[in-house]
Design a protein around this ligand. Structure first.
Ligand SMILES: [Zn+2]
Ligand SMILES: [Zn+2]
Length: 334
């Protein structure tokens, strides 16, 4: 019984940042719509335009935010989990080498491009599964998460393959939301700031709204800029700290999944520019198989190798033909 209570308390604590953000959004709605638009702005046309545009920014911002929170994280597919017989075999194994051989045997048939620093397959002891490329175990969610970026307490969810696009859009629309409030309330902020001696609750809401918009806007913009940089290199936050090690080269490479700026964006946002700005799933991959720049460079070198081979073949054929001609001439001369 105590454990159930404790678990519920822990679960509730995790939701506190989300409740806080939701309260700030709710209060900003009241401050902007009631205090600014309805009570301060006199012109009807200005009032209507401000309220209309505000709702567009608000809808996009909250839609992306709640999509990031409530989109379930993607776990590895069944083929990555060890069977009961494998787990039993690992449990009865006497040394690490025997355990490693069970893992490597299982990993042999899986589509993997990366490995551990010791050369084995990446294995999660808690989930009893081989980790697909770019996936990691999240200690808070207590599961392996596909293309895990980081665990974000502000959305009480892991940011990974299933919701990375929503997370970027949430940051993007949050910055636009703050920027819009800043730009449209600046005029009234200056007016009220000059009349600060006469205290009114409405003015207090507007002044606070202006400061909160600047504060949140700057901090979210910093985070957005960092994620745009990571997105342009097709690198997750975790990979930026520890680069993946590729089986093909045996080396760690931060740019292993970096294709080109456009292709990197397509991997997350899909091919349609219209849909890219909507918080709906449009990703170009399945979260398990990822194209790599390493593969491409290997393919390119193989192509060059083949091209060199065919050049050599042509030269050899030409040499043979000229040899035959020389022989024929020699025979006629004789
Ligand atoms: Zn795990
Ligand atoms: Zn998590």
């Amino acid at each position: 019984m105590e454990n159930v209570c404790l678990n519920n308390c822990v679960r509730f604590t995790k939701w506190i940042p989300v409740i806080f953000i939701s309260c700030v959004i709710g209060w900003s709605y009241y401050a902007y719509i009631v205090q600014l638009c309805l009570l301060c702005i006199d012109q009807m046309s200005k009032k209507v335009i401000y309220i209309f545009l505000y709702h567009i920014f608000l809808i996009m911002f909250t839609w992306s935010y709640f999509q990031t929170i409530f989109t379930p994280i993607e776990k590895p597919s069944n083929e990555f989990y060890l069977r009961d017989t494998d787990i039993y075999q690992m449990e009865i194994s006497e040394n690490e080498l025997a355990k490693k051989s069970v893992i490597d045997k299982k990993a042999k048939d899986l589509p993997l491009l990366t490995r551990t620093s010791t050369g084995g397959a990446r294995y999660c002891d808690k989930c009893k599964c081989i980790k697909p490329d770019r996936s990691h175990h999240c200690g808070v969610c207590q599961t392996c998460v596909l293309k895990m970026d980081h665990h974000c307490p502000w959305v009480n969810n892991c940011v990974g393959y299933s919701n990375y696009k929503f997370f970027i859009l949430f940051l993007f629309y949050a910055v636009l939301y703050c920027l819009y409030i800043f730009a449209t309330s600046l005029e009234y902020f200056i007016k009220f700031w000059n009349e600060i001696q006469s205290f009114q609750a409405g003015k207090f809401h507007l002044l606070l709204l202006f400061f909160v918009a600047i504060m949140f806007g700057i901090s979210i913009f910093t985070l957005l800029a960092y994620h745009i940089y990571l997105l342009s290199r097709n690198c997750t936050t975790l990979e930026s700290f520890r680069a993946p090690i590729f089986i093909s080269t045996g080396m760690s490479d931060k740019n292993g999944f970096n294709l080109s700026k456009l292709e990197n964006c397509r991997q997350v946002f899909g091919n349609s520019l219209m849909k890219a700005f909507l918080p709906i799933c449009t990703s170009n991959n399945d979260g398990i198989n990822f194209p790599t720049s390493i593969k491409q460079s290997l393919a390119a070198s193989t192509q060059n190798y083949n091209a060199n081979d065919s050049l050599l073949l042509n030269e050899r054929q030409a040499l043979n033909t000229s040899k035959k001609m020389m022989d024929q001439i020699r025979i006629t001369m004789e």
